[in-house]
Design a protein. Structure first.
Length: 250
């Protein structure tokens, strides 16, 4: 029985394969017409689809007609101007803008918080600060006016610390102090002694650990401090040490 059905289907397929192209199209159209006729939804779609095509064509024509006349459209008597891309604008010569650039003045009064100090260690990725070495118990003065936002001891190795808010999102931090002479909320200026140089925290000698914060991010103090000569004693590199030793031997 199954073999007979298979044989019948095979016969029909062979018959269709022998049909010419126009005959196959006729059969397809007849089949689709039958399906539309016996199915209400397809019949409805077949009626609506031509209407949608006509509406789309009319809308495209209307847009093409109104596009060049946009500047003439008026609403309540007011002309509506629509900016259009002008090819001449793209070919116009570049215009130069004259402007004067002035260097921003440093917000700080001077470059170092202690007298007779020198930079024993500069700003590095692993050391985002300046270490300014000087005598033990030397007075520490802020780099500029501001308000003390913190004064006390911390446990991260900096020992006794004073933080001053200078406004404009700038802050300065002074660490390893021996004595703290101000409190949070105090108004200070460059003549105020905020503390003395000490050895608190992790340190190998008396110095001031100076950090500058811009929007709570540490920055190189040299980028914002005044361009004053600083008695900076640079750390001798290995290469310099080797050359010095070689000259000494000779």
């Amino acid at each position: 029985m199954n073999y007979r059905k298979f044989k019948k289907i095979r016969k029909e397929l062979l018959k269709l394969a022998k049909l010419e192209a126009h005959q196959a199209v006729k059969l397809l159209v007849a089949f689709l017409h039958l399906q539309v006729k016996i199915r209400p939804r397809l019949r409805l779609i077949a009626k609506i689809l031509p209407v949608l095509i006509i509406i789309f064509a009319l809308t495209s024509e209307a847009i093409a007609y109104l596009q060049p006349r946009q500047a003439e459209i008026k609403i309540n008597g007011q002309a509506i101007l629509v900016a259009q891309k002008n090819e001449e604008d793209t070919r116009s010569e570049p215009q130069t803008i004259d402007q004067s650039v002035e260097a921003k003045r440093s917000p700080f009064d001077f470059q170092k918080p202690v007298e007779n100090g020198y930079v024993s260690q500069g700003y590095r990725s692993y050391h985002p600060a300046w270490d300014i070495a000087t005598g033990f118990n030397s007075p520490i003065k802020p780099l500029g006016p501001g308000v003390v936002s913190f004064a006390g001891r911390v446990s991260d190795g900096k020992g006794n610390v004073v933080v001053i808010d200078h406004g404009d999102n700038l802050k300065s931090l002074y660490a390893h102090m021996n004595k703290i002479m101000v409190g949070a909320g105090d108004m200070v200026n460059s003549t105020t002694t905020v503390g003395t140089v000490g050895l608190t925290g992790r340190t190998t000698g008396p110095h001031v650990h100076l950090e500058i914060y811009d929007q709570d991010v540490t920055i190189n103090p040299g980028s914002v401090l005044p361009d004053e000569p600083l008695n900076a004693k640079r750390l001798t590199t290995n290469a310099e040490s080797d050359s010095t030793n070689a000259e000494f031997k000779h």
